[in-house]
Design a protein around this ligand. Structure first.
Ligand SMILES: [Mg+2]
Length: 165
């Protein structure tokens, strides 16, 4: 069974207080369907403000995406975030590279993402904390529809309660 530390509807629900409760000081951020929809060059509503809040609270951020540099670099640059592209999740290559840049210990990091078999599995294989966020919108390709169907038994049954600031 998959282990999920925190389950939320949206990344914007991830508060500094919640991160503090779990001892999380840095986030390994998925891009597609976590920070915005697939192929969308602009962040989803609320995401720039959320990133600002994280920065103000000394939470270190690094995008770790399996997507290619032409997709990831302009997006990361626009938000002023470091990034690893072609991260090969669920393998730990991208996480290791990001950790090296962030200067944090493994137990201070959490993987954030919307896919059970890449983000959550990757976090579990490396025994990392894991924040699952539901995908911003469901994909329409046949391959993705299959993957989403396979995820259903493993999706969190309830969301993590917010904590007081
Ligand atoms: Mg994703």
């Amino acid at each position: 069974m998959f282990r999920i530390t925190i389950a939320l509807k949206s990344i914007c629900d991830l508060s500094p207080a919640l991160l503090h409760k779990y001892g999380i000081k840095g986030l390994l951020l998925d891009l597609d369907n976590t920070l915005t929809t697939h192929d969308n060059p602009r962040p989803a509503d609320g995401v720039p403000e959320w990133i600002e809040t994280m920065k103000q609270n000394d939470i270190k951020l690094c995008i770790v995406s399996n997507n290619h540099p032409p997709r990831v670099k302009p997006f990361a640059d626009m938000l002023g975030l470091p990034f690893v592209s072609e991260g090969k999740k669920p393998l730990s290559k991208g996480f290791r590279e990001a950790k090296g840049r962030m200067g944090l210990e493994w137990n201070e990091l959490a993987v954030v993402g919307d896919q059970i078999f890449t983000d959550v599995l990757g976090a579990n294989m490396k025994r990392l904390k894991c924040v699952f966020v539901f995908p911003i919108e469901h994909e329409t390709t046949r391959f993705f529809r299959f993957k989403r169907k396979m995820e259903i038994p493993f999706l969190p049954k309830k969301l993590t309660e917010p904590v007081e600031e």
